[in-house]
Design a protein around this ligand. Sequence first.
Ligand code: ADP
Length: 338
Amino acid sequence: MQITLENLQRSYGNLHAVNGVSLSIPSNTIYGIIGKSGAGKSTLVRLISLLESPDGGEVYFDNNRVDNLTKQAMIDRRRRVGMIFQNFNLFTSRNAEQNIAYPMEITGMSKPAIKARVDELLDLVALQGRGKAPISTLSGGQKQRVAIARALACNPDILFCDEATSALDPQTTHAILSLLKEIQKKMSLTVVMITHQMEVVRDACVQVAVLNDGKVVEQGLVTDIFANPSSEVTKDFLAHLVGLDESASRQDKMVQWSKKRGTYTLRFRGDTTDQPILSRITQSIGVEFNIRAGGVQKVGDVEIGTMVVDISGDEETKIRALEALRIAGVLVEEEGKL
Ligand code: ADP
């Protein structure tokens, strides 16, 4: 199911929470929408999932307009949209299988059919044998698995994940993202992930849109955006991810050799990572690179190398070196000029 948004608008009083968003979310993929708190993500997801109507603009699923459906048509359409949330939204009075059964009970499915589907779904989310477990006895990751099973109960064609891993530790986040990727493929779902975590985008999404102040400031393939971010907001997200920030999880931290931070951040993607670009430039231009820190991370199947360096030499030589780096396909960011 392809989702197309055309110039979506939603204001609360004078506040333009979603301010002219146009996006094309391809079918059968995982698409990320990232933004800081207050960027308008939740409002946007309420509009796309048909929980709220826009003040202006249009929402299409494939080529069918869905933001102006009649009440009953809207309810039927919403049934084929699955949603999972940060706080799971499970019924604590029901056990795991009763939670999963709930949306099927509403549609009036027969008890034996529900039972068979619940077993299938428990298998799908790797919770075989845990159907009778009260919700309070499950870990965060297991609760999210129950929520995923419930969201998929009525065979949706779209799954929205609203900060679905924000309350989970890194290992559990990793396991849930792997599960979502596997399910996306199995069910040919269109998955839309709303997040403020660049790690989630890196590890799970194929394409991403960056939202700021209710507007899309950047969109495209995750690998392209990681290698060549154009907006301030995206650069800021990436700086926290690959930077020397203490809050970054261990595997994202760079190895730092010297106390000084270094002036230039160089980003090498995919096929540039195994070429001796720096030594070639050293020889041809006569500059020296003092490498302060470095690391490599995988974005999807592509490796992006990051290196923080100082460049020796006079201004003109430095400019020539920077130009040579750019020509070689290395993205250069200068500290303070992010
Ligand atoms: P995010 O999910 O990215 O944190 P939100 O969509 O929740 O952003 O919010 C975007 C802006 O809209 C915020 O300034 C928020 O205070 C405002 N907002 C969201 N929902 C409402 C509402 N129901 N009433 C008033 N203001 C709202």
